[in-house]
Design a protein around this ligand. Structure first.
Ligand SMILES: [Zn+2]
Length: 196
């Protein structure tokens, strides 16, 4: 059986090779009981998402523990806040998907336009807040409230203005699947403009 650190490392390579995130960042995490597994700082900029299982950080689901970990990504705060709030969430992916970024730039929600994205509903944009702040983490949690059933079934997502997407899911497979479906859905909205 593939271990969670190995699976997270594999997911990072997939995200990057499929242009679902970039060199500037993103994070992948999963929980197992009270233990959090998460990609380290610099996964994009220095590792180019070619992580090995040993690179994946692990520790208790306790913000005070992670504050003292130098390799804990500043974007990890939102992951911790999601796990604290939503017991349904077993995996979280934050990414900068190629076709989703224009929607983040314009603060536009992404409506589902394909059959395979109906289950996520409209991907809303959360109010802006400084990058890496607790305020932003709180806005993300608030944006996911009311979507618990979607998380339990598969996944729910929100957009961060000028930045990217965050997906909370029932497991890592559901999380990466949601990131790709939403990115292709975003591409279809953009490409559809040419057909008007
Ligand atoms: Zn980011």
């Amino acid at each position: 059986m593939v271990s969670l650190p190995e699976l997270i490392a594999q997911m990072g390579r997939r995200l990057f090779e499929r242009r679902l995130t970039d060199m500037s960042g993103g994070n992948i995490s999963a929980r197992e009981g009270n233990t959090l597994y998460i990609t380290p700082k610099f996964s994009g900029s220095r590792h180019h998402w070619q992580l090995s299982p040993e690179d994946i950080l692990s520790g208790p689901l306790d913000p005070t523990y992670w504050q003292q970990q130098p390799l804990f990504s500043r974007e990890g705060k939102a992951h911790l806040a999601i796990y604290e709030t939503f017991p349904e969430a077993q995996a979280v992916i934050h990414a900068h998907p190629f076709h989703v970024l224009p929607f983040c730039m314009m603060s536009r929600p992404i409506p589902p336009v394909l059959e395979n994205t109906q289950k996520f509903g409209i991907i809303e944009v959360v109010p802006p807040a400084p990058a890496h702040s607790q305020e932003l983490a709180n806005n993300i949690v608030a944006g996911l409230r009311g979507k618990e059933e979607r998380i339990r079934q598969q996944a729910a997502a929100v957009l961060i203005p000028y930045h990217g997407i965050i997906v909370a899911a029932k497991d890592l497979w559901a999380a990466i699947d949601a990131v790709e479906r939403i990115d292709w859905n975003a591409w279809c909205i953009l490409a559809g403009k040419w057909l008007d």
